[in-house]
Design a protein around this ligand. Sequence first.
Ligand SMILES: [Zn+2]
Ligand SMILES: [Zn+2]
Length: 140
Amino acid sequence: MKISGECFCKAISYESELDENRIGICHCRDCQIISGSAFRMSSVVPVDDFNFTRGMPKFFDKRADSGSVRRLAFCDICGTHLCSLPVDNDSTSPFVSIRLSTAREFSQLKPVSEIFCDSRVSWLAPLADSVQFSRMPTRS
Ligand SMILES: [Zn+2]
Ligand SMILES: [Zn+2]
């Protein structure tokens, strides 16, 4: 499906194709801190399927425990986190991970998987109809 979204102050907007079978929730500590919430809901799309349509975000390069570096994109006016991107010349992860809370279609979207369940907050039960992974699933 086609989605579009924007940051809270509307300075930055984007559009993308989205595979509804690739919507997931991440319970890792980094996502909890960066999202300001208990978990983050995202979907991964090929870089060519994603475009900024207004404004340009600021970037922050974040190194994961695995050693891989991802470029986080956020609005430097309102601070809304929009997506993560590959860093320059990184062809090993040619995808954009869209932070779906910013999408206009958010209320229609439902996660099919949960990752880093090891650090899920204790008061939150696993979602019915979603696949659970204790950490990062190994890529198939
Ligand atoms: Zn903004
Ligand atoms: Zn995470």
